[in-house]
Write a protein that binds this ligand. Structure first.
Ligand SMILES: NC(=O)c1ccc[n+]([C@@H]2O[C@H](COP(=O)([O-])OP(=O)(O)OC[C@H]3O[C@@H](n4cnc5c(N)ncnc54)[C@H](O)[C@@H]3O)[C@@H](O)[C@H]2O)c1
Ligand SMILES: CC(C)(CO)[C@@H](O)C(=O)[O-]
Length: 305
């Protein structure tokens, strides 16, 4: 029998993952009405580096009873909606395998209040809306990572990674997912808010003035990660900055920060799960975090305009 997967809060990331998984599993996506209607009418339209085509799968605004026995629930809402999604589907996800495929620090902890089976996910691929239920997959800097949260590896993680791999998505299972979540968060903290306030593609942030700010944000965040007891693949902030400049940035140089789009559309941003989380944890550990505090306040100011 095919595995049953439910995607909760399916937008650009979630509908695309649902589409790919629909080729190897039974999939239902819970999405907003206009996307759900479009998926039912003509499928999810995908273009870009993950392939082109229309993908049909079950999609609605709610969770039909037939999906209450899903093997995995994957949350792909914005971090600002994690708590609300968990509350809305609390009955379904209690005691179930629930995966966070979101950016930032704090989602897994929220989900952990609703189930004791939390899987952390890190994805560094670009998904851009091209219309209702129409997504362009633009760039990919590394394979997806999946791991038991806060740490460890087990069969449930391995089976999901195998399935996602079968669907044609590059993925690796890991025993240390917090390291991957923090690695991605460093990238997002360095680029998302600065790219949003300055309205430039990420590649432009290597300008010496912008890079001085990126450097300060990353140095502060690095101290916080160390205080949190998480080991990153780079020994120092300087080593990470070099990787960011020479490897990650070139792979996503033309990408515009999605935070800018959130601000333009008058939505709340994920800043409290990125630089805001670094600033909060920094204060708790007695670490000075002026740059992360400043950029967090700046984004909150812009959210209100
Ligand atoms: N877009 C990218 O390139 C990208 C890449 C990597 C990671 N991420 C991260 O992945 C997460 C999702 O990003 P996204 O770009 O897909 O966001 P998105 O806004 O396109 O998708 C989230 C969707 O969930 C819907 N939603 C929220 N609550 C819901 C509910 N209760 N019921 C039904 N629908 C609900 C929203 O209306 C929205 O359509 C974020 O944490 C983001 O930072 C995004
Ligand atoms: C492609 C990407 C790295 C662009 O920032 C995306 O994964 C994101 O927004 O986090």
């Amino acid at each position: 029998m095919d595995m049953k997967i439910v995607v909760l809060g399916a937008g650009a990331v979630g509908l695309t993952i649902a589409a790919k998984l629909s080729r190897v599993a039974d999939v239902h996506a819970v999405a907003r009405k206009r996307h759900a209607d479009a998926v039912r009418e003509r499928g999810l339209l995908m273009t870009g580096i993950w392939g082109e085509g229309a993908y049909r799968f079950s999609c609605s605004e709610d969770l039909p009873d037939a999906w209450l026995d899903a093997d995995y629930y994957i949350i792909t809402a914005k971090s600002t909606d994690t708590e609300a999604v968990c509350r809305q589907f609390a009955g379904a996800i209690r005691g179930r395998e629930v995966v966070s495929l979101q950016n930032g620090i704090g989602n897994e902890e929220i989900i952990g209040r609703f189930t004791d089976r939390v899987i952390g996910g890190m994805i560094i691929t670009g998904f851009e809306w091209r219309g209702d239920a129409s997504v362009h997959v633009s760039v990919e800097a590394a394979p997806m990572k999946l791991g038991r949260f806060p740490s460890g590896m087990d069969d449930a993680v391995g089976r999901l990674a195998d399935l996602i791999g079968e669907a044609g998505i590059r993925v690796e299972a890991t025993g240390g997912i917090r390291s991957d979540l923090w690695s991605k968060t460093l990238y997002n903290c360095a680029l998302n808010p600065l790219g949003a306030v300055t309205n430039v593609p990420y590649g432009a942030l290597t300008d010496p003035h912008a890079w001085a700010i990126v450097t300060a944000i990353v140095r502060e965040a690095y101290q916080v990660v160390e205080a949190e007891g998480v080991t990153l693949p780079w020994e120092t902030a300087e080593a990470y900055l070099e990787y960011l400049r020479t490897t990650q940035l070139p792979a996503t140089a033309t990408h515009h920060s999605s935070m800018l789009q959130d601000l333009t559309l008058g939505r709340r941003t994920e800043i409290d799960f990125l630089n805001g989380a670094v600033a909060d944890l920094g204060r708790r550990h007695g670490i000075d975090v002026p740059y992360n505090t400043c950029i967090t306040e700046l984004i909150h100011f812009r959210e209100q305009l």
